[in-house]
Every structure is written in C-alpha cells, then in structure tokens.
Design a protein around this ligand. Structure first.
Ligand SMILES: Nc1ncnc2c1ncn2[C@@H]1O[C@H](COP(=O)(O)OP(=O)(O)OP(=O)(O)O)[C@@H](O)[C@H]1O
Ligand SMILES: [Mg+2]
Length: 351
C-alpha cells in the first residue's frame, strides 16, 4: 500500500473569522480522501495557542476542553507537533491569510497549500494590491489612501478627487471589519476615525454602482479560472453581519453574464492573480459596473471561505470538479510549488 500523505490542517486562529475557519476546516476534513491522506488537526484558539487535537466536531466549546494535549505557544508546538508532509492553513483573515504563517512554513522548509508569504501579504493589503493592479493595467474603483488621520486633508482630497459616496476601509483587515460607506464629509471623517482605529493605513474608494462577481482561480505556472458567480447581498452592502451572521446573502453559481462579459471577467481575474505573483489558489472578487459593463477588480482572497456551501468550492463544482478533487489539486499544487522553489531558487542561491 502506498504511504498516506500526512496533511496538517491548521484552523481556528486569532481573527474575526475564527468561527468560519472551523466550518471550512470541518468541510475540508470531511472531504479529504482518507485512503490517500492522513489528516492531522492543529487547532489555534483565539488566544493564539496551538493544540494538536483529535477532535473532529470542529466545535469551539468542545475544542476548548482539550485536556489530553494542552495548548502551547506556536513556537514550542510547531517543533514538537506532527511532522506533516504538507500543511494546509485553513485560516481566514489576519494571522493566517496574511502571510505570517506561510512565512513560518517557508522558514521551516515545509510544503504548504496556497499562496506564499509574499503574495499573501500583498493580497491582504488593499493599498499594496491596488497599486499592483493599477500597474498591471486593471481597472478598479478610483481610490486614495492615507497614512495620517488629518481630517482637513482627507475631507478636501476626497471631495476634490473622488466625490461622494465613498467606501472607507482599513488597508488590511478583511471581513468588512471597520468598513463604512460615507455620503458626506461628517460621515467620511467618522469613518476615517473608525478605519484608523484598526490600521495605520486606510483606503477610500469611490462607491461603484455594481454587481458583485467572484471567480475561483487555482494553479502555479499554469492557472485555471472558473466561470463567474454572483453575490446577491440582502442589504445595501455586503457587511460582516450579512456575510456571516444573518445568512441572508444569496449566491448565483454560476451566473450567466453573456460570452463577452464572461471572457473579460476571466481575463481580468487571470491578470489580477498574476499581478500579485500568486500560486496555489485564490478567489478574485470583481465589480461589474452597471452603467458601463466595465470589470473592476476589488480584491483577492488567498484563503477564501471553504465550507461546503462557499463560493470557492461551489464554483469548481459547477465545472465538474468535486470538493475532494479540488483538495487533491490544491495539495498537488502545494508540493509542486515547493519542489519548484527548492530546485530553482533555494538551491540556485546555494541555500
Ligand atoms: N468601491 C465600492 N463600491 C461599492 N461597494 C463597495 C466598494 N467597496 C466595497 N464595497 C462593498 O463592501 C463589501 C466589503 O468590501 P471589501 O470586499 O473591500 O472588504 P473586505 O473586508 O476585504 O471583505 P472580505 O470579507 O471580502 O475580505 C464589498 O463586498 C462590497 O459589497
Ligand atoms: Mg470582499
């Protein structure tokens, strides 16, 4: 019998998306082909402590009770935890999707699933990502960014360069945390205060009258782009409660936009993925501007929601790639990227 591949699933984590991570990890665990893979479950609690668990309920209360194996800081835990063949960080948002844990695997010389640390950081930082999207010639909502909370300057520049309404966002957070729509200067300055309470850089974008289109992308040197899906938000904008609490958001998977628009959507997503030097997989979020039919890039999520009903796996399923097959591919991309990097970069540099 062939030896099973040990996959270290890492989930939970210190982010607002802790609970979603548990759902994503549960779905991934459930769909992993146990004939081929031996999953190891590494749970990170909200305090950032790591625990190797055998608990497959993926229930936070249950996980908290782990007594046979107490929580430890990551540094001691990673060294003595299972020596997995490949790690799969199933962590959404800061401290998981933002390149930090990816850097840890790179330091440890371990293969892992998904984007490397540098691309993950670029994707997490809206200002950095927007600059690279612009450089790649991609269209996006007109924006300004600020590193200083100077109300006079913000008010003046926004009125002059963007006009209202605008969206005000912390540069790197996710889950719509700290994001507000502002219709006039008073709201703008309050929204800037809020965004600055979360981050040292904020981004202000012109509000676009649009349809929210998302596509799944995967691959390293050669990449595949799925057909698009659409988000149909229940409220005025897709906020945290909408996404995760009310469960009111509806998806249209796949969405028929007509050949010409679909081709542009795919081309844009392909370019956007390349422009952040991505590998592994990602979900690219786009705006289809209603008035012009222009495709604008909004953002790239390098560890998108991965529950059985999430957009990322559902879009592949619509193309005939099952959840289990998707996991096979993502793991294979992780190994391939690792080998390629080792052969061409690390050894080339004599490391
Ligand atoms: N420029 C814009 N014009 C219109 N709507 C916008 C704009 N920017 C953001 N939105 C709305 O706000 C939502 C959240 O914005 P965005 O995706 O940038 O934030 P996020 O916190 O990174 O979210 P995610 O949970 O997807 O990581 C979008 O899905 C969209 O509904
Ligand atoms: Mg988003």
């Amino acid at each position: 019998m062939k030896k099973k591949v040990k996959v270290g699933l890492i989930f939970g984590g210190r982010s607002a998306e802790h609970a979603i991570s548990l759902n994503s990890a549960a779905a991934i665990y459930q769909h992993l082909d146990k004939e081929r893979y031996e999953p190891f479950l590494i749970y990170i609690n909200r305090a950032g402590e790591w625990c190797l668990t055998g608990n497959i309920s993926f229930n936070e209360q249950e996980l908290k009770k782990e007594s046979f194996n107490s929580f430890m800081p990551w540094s001691s835990r990673l060294a003595e935890t299972v020596d997995a063949d490949i790690y799969f960080p199933v962590l959404h948002g800061p401290n998981g999707e933002d390149g930090r844990i990816q850097g840890l695997f790179e330091m440890a010389g371990k293969p892992f699933v998904g984007a490397g640390s540098f691309s993950s950081q670029l994707a997490m930082d809206k200002v950095a990502a927007k600059m690279l999207f612009a450089q790649a010639g991609l269209q996006q909502a007109p924006f300004l960014f600020f590193t200083e909370n100077n109300p006079e300057q913000i008010g003046e520049l926004v009125a002059k360069k963007l006009g209202f309404p605008v969206f005000v966002k912390p540069s790197s957070l996710g889950s719509s945390v700290g994001i507000r729509k502002a219709r006039e200067t008073g709201e703008l300055l309050a929204a800037a205060d809020l965004a600055f309470s979360y981050d040292i850089k904020i981004i202000i974008e012109k509000a676009i009258d649009m349809r929210e289109i998302e596509v799944s992308v995967m691959g390293n040197e050669e990449i595949m782009v799925s057909s698009p899906g659409e988000l149909l938000p229940a409220k005025e904008f897709y906020d945290y409660a909408d996404k995760y609490l009310d469960g009111k958001t509806r998806f249209r998977i796949p969405v028929r936009l007509g050949e010409e628009i679909e081709a542009r959507v795919k081309k844009t997503a392909h370019k956007a993925y390349r422009s952040l030097f991505l590998n592994g997989f990602a979900r690219v979020d786009l705006f289809l501007e209603k008035e012009s039919d222009a495709i604008l890039v909004n953002e790239i999520n390098t560890i998108p929601g991965f529950t059985a009903i999430s957009m990322f796996p559902k879009l592949w399923e619509a193309q005939g790639i099952s959840f289990a097959q998707l996991l096979d591919r993502l793991i294979a991309y992780g190994f391939a990227h690792f080998r390629n990097r080792r052969e061409n970069v690390d050894e080339g540099l004599g490391h």
